[in-house]
Design a binder for this molecule. Structure first.
Ligand code: FES
Length: 265
């Protein structure tokens, strides 16, 4: 069946967030992604059964990789399944998808707050598509498991001092770190960990950014705007597929933590 009776098809979709009236969406882009899958199926590009299987496979992979969650990331898995199925059906290709996402990320960064986000004329980024590879690792019990080899990792300290206003330290924009990590859709290439004390408490609030083996330590990451700067920097490195110099807005908060490192490294 290529024209799904949506309501009849919902039970085929595992874990679909819904209420008695149908699917529910936390953000407009989720409704758009939902509508896109329904529309493509209705137009015969794939059957609803193929779609349900693709989505189930993506959700199962997330469980295997321990990337399942409380449902808040359901539509990230939905989009990943849609991208794979669309590529498998020849509707698009992975490099095109990747470059299109880069263009929207660029537009997002360059649009003043409150303005509609629009693609910038002339923006183009061209680089080989690269998805975080999966590798098999054998545990001590002999069982092999797959893990993603990622580009980097952000540790946000939420220990004994960072964010502890009762001790006189600045508040920590912890929710903003989590929100942007999800919103930017980078979790398959870049991990976020909220950690215990990282050590240099007197510099609160401290974050450790690791990118392709390099460690960059920052202090005084106190504001929502600082979180923007950190993630913009991360996304620029992800897009460029390389480690970049720390931007000027963050350079004053970079500090040396390890012997052998310098601020300039
Ligand atoms: S609590 Fe953040 S560095 Fe110690």
């Amino acid at each position: 069946m290529n024209t799904p009776d949506q309501r009849a098809c919902f039970p085929e979709l595992p874990s679909l967030p819904r209420d008695e009236d149908g699917p529910v969406f936390a953000e407009p882009w989720q409704a758009q992604a939902f509508a896109l899958a329904v529309r493509l199926s209705a137009q015969g590009y794939f059957t609803w059964k193929e779609w349900a299987e693709a989505l189930a496979a993506e959700l199962a992979a997330a469980v295997e990789l321990n990337e399942a969650d409380d449902g808040s990331e359901y539509y990230f898995h939905w989009v990943a399944a849609l991208e794979k199925l669309a590529a498998a059906k020849g509707l698009t290709a992975e490099p095109e998808l990747y470059e299109r996402k880069a263009a929207w990320a660029d537009a997002y960064r360059h649009t003043p707050h409150g303005q509609p986000v629009q693609l910038r004329p002339g923006f183009h980024v061209s680089y080989a598509y690269r998805q975080s590879p999966l590798i098999s690792v054998t545990r001590a019990d002999g069982v092999s498991k797959q893990i993603r080899v990622q580009d980097g990792h952000l540790f946000v300290c939420n220990g004994c001092c960072c964010g502890r206003t009762e001790k006189g330290f600045p508040p920590l924009p912890l929710d903003e770190f989590k929100r942007q990590w999800k919103k930017r859709g980078i979790r398959r290439r870049f991990h976020l960990t909220v950690s215990g004390c990282l050590g240099p408490c007197t510099l609160a609030n401290v974050v450790l950014l690791q990118f392709r083996g390099r460690s960059m330590w920052f202090h005084s990451i106190n504001q929502v705007e600082d979180v923007d700067l950190i993630y913009n920097f991360v996304e620029q490195m992800l897009q460029g597929e390389m480690e970049l110099d720390v931007p000027a807005e963050l350079a004053g908060r970079l500090f040396q933590r390890y012997l052998g490192d310098t601020d300039e490294d």
